[in-house]
Write a protein that binds this ligand. Structure first.
Ligand SMILES: Cc1cc2nc3c(=O)[nH]c(=O)nc-3n(C[C@H](O)[C@H](O)[C@H](O)COP(=O)(O)O)c2cc1C
Length: 485
């Protein structure tokens, strides 16, 4: 039971009892002509007292039963009517929605648990009677990296799922030609295996509120209409712009800024390297913009690396326009931090290969800071931009890390510097021997920056050097992680 409903319930019951007691006292005192108060006798008093007591006991029993159901709902995912909420996510949206979904069902007293598709095996799926899938599409209509093992080891099996009831929430964006392709593929596979759809698949275009409301209504039906207290979106918080610096003065590329924000009203904010800062722009409650966080909580502020973008008509883009120009130092805007578990660091000291371009340095900088804080120095950064003279963001910091041995190898490559022009994927191919050596020593590869051009080029080189199967194994074991856009 939610904390919000207990006081309401108690206040309601208390008011009712107060009303009844006042009526009894009023009747006892109010003695109009011809109407006389007569003691009803012991037997009537006992009957009335028993009725009040019975009413109270009934209410208490209802509360105990409900509290018990909610407690079981939160702790028990193996009971017959438990709902398994499965997320398949590249950058964390589906994870957040899966957590809200399970919290809502649990608050209504339904047993529910959350699992990442990476961790779901055939045995668990066959045991499950009800599953809700929240599946994002990435790349060019591709499943998120974490789904690869599931596709190879579960979807490839001739399983019968006739006893499974399911629903699918497919996340995507209509600007991509293969809209919600992975959610559709999952839905089709489940149907082919005999699973029963609880309701039509719901496709969500770019966090469309109406589609999410349809999902909410279906959850409410699953909970037999009980209120879904846990469904609320994570609260936005006010953040204040405290610093802004142009990092690439003189560059032929669009201006790129270091931006710092702190939460308003004290109280720290918590996040991990790899997480994302999602902001809500003033004047447009629907618009959210995601930026890779470039700092750690120990830095005392969220740092962002923001490229100023312009629309076709020359006006500034909404998010980057506010962060780089319209917002003044001291101005505030609502935002939230979104966990992005697929881009978190490994716990151990294994070698790290960090590859990126442009503003992708933001996510890689946070990862490097976290590695250095842990004393893990086997780090190789391969970063690409346009010109050596203008475009090495955070140059002094990178040089310092290299000098102190925290960054064992630093390769900066430039695409517009005359005869030596190259992209990160070209340098990676030239360094194929180093790449193989590090991967043999257990390295994890992190790629952050532009999806097309950089990330696809890097992926091709990795497959060429390490083999297609080698790359698939790295993805499955979480040793090849991408935060690209
Ligand atoms: C690099 C990239 C590629 C994407 N490709 C597709 C696509 O092919 N089809 C689609 O419908 N949506 C596509 N999307 C949109 C995502 O599915 C959508 O933003 C979703 O909310 C991301 O959820 P996640 O954070 O759980 O990964 C893409 C997004 C990114 C950043």
């Amino acid at each position: 039971m939610s904390a919000r409903r207990v006081p309401l319930f108690a206040v309601g019951t208390g008011l009712l009892l107060l009303l009844l007691a006042s009526a009894a006292v009023a009747l006892a005192l109010w003695q109009p002509e011809g109407l006389r108060w007569r003691n009803p006798g012991v037997q009537r008093w006992i009957q009335a007292g028993s009725a009040v007591l019975g009413y109270l006991l009934l209410i208490m029993a209802g509360r105990w039963h409900r509290r018990d159901r909610v407690a079981r709902a939160q702790g028990d995912d193996d009971c017959d009517d438990a709902v398994l909420v499965i997320h398949s996510s590249q950058s964390g949206h589906a994870v957040q929605l899966a957590q809200r979904t399970a919290a809502a069902l649990q608050a209504a007293g339904r047993a529910a648990s959350v699992v990442a598709i990476d961790a779901l095996d055939a045995a668990r799926l066959i045991r499950t009677r009800r599953a809700l899938w929240i599946a994002s599409t990435t790349g060019d209509g591709d499943p998120p990296d974490g789904a690869l093992r599931f596709i190879r080891s579960v979807m490839a099996q001739p399983l019968s799922m006739a006893t499974l009831e399911y629903g699918v929430l497919a996340l995507g964006d209509r600007r991509y030609p293969q809209f919600c392709a992975w959610g559709r593929q999952l839905d089709q596979w489940l149907r082919e295996r005999g699973a029963q759809a609880l309701f039509e698949r719901i496709d969500v275009d770019n966090a469309d509120a109406a589609a999410l409301e349809r999902w909410h209504q279906q959850l409410s039906r699953l909970a037999d209409g009980d209120p879904l207290d846990g469904w609320q979106a994570p609260p936005l918080r006010e953040w204040q712009l405290v610093d802004r610096r142009l990092l690439n003065a003189g560059s032929s590329g669009a201006p790129c800024f270091h931006v710092a924000l702190v939460p308003v009203g004290g109280g720290g904010a918590d996040w991990q390297a790899g997480d994302v800062f999602a902001l809500q722009l003033p004047g447009d409650s629907r618009v959210q913009r995601d930026y890779s966080i470039a700092s750690l909580p120990a830095d005392g502020a969220v740092h962002l690396l923001v490229r100023q973008t312009r629309r076709d008509d020359g006006s500034l883009g909404l998010g980057s326009g506010w962060l780089t120009q319209h917002g003044a130092i001291g101005d505030r805007l609502p935002a939230q931090i979104r966990a992005n578990p697929r881009f978190h660091l490994p716990d151990d000291a294994r070698p790290l290969i960090l590859i990126g371009n442009g503003t992708g340095l933001a996510g890689l900088r946070a990862l490097l800071k976290a590695r250095i804080a842990r004393g893990h120095d086997d780090n190789w950064l391969l970063f690409g931009e346009r010109h050596a003279a203008y475009d090495v963001h955070y140059r002094a910091e990178l040089m310092q890390w290299q000098a102190q041995g925290a960054l064992r190898q630093l390769d900066l490559v430039f695409s517009r510097d005359g005869a030596s022009a190259e992209y990160v994927q070209h340098r990676l191919l030239r360094d194929a021997a180093l790449l193989r050596d590090r991967v043999q020593r257990g390295a994890a590869i992190y790629v952050c920056g532009s999806a097309h051009g950089m990330a696809t080029g890097v992926d091709e080189v990795l497959r060429r050097v390490l083999g297609h199967d080698g790359i698939e194994q790295l993805i499955e074991s979480g040793r090849y992680r991408r935060d690209v856009y």
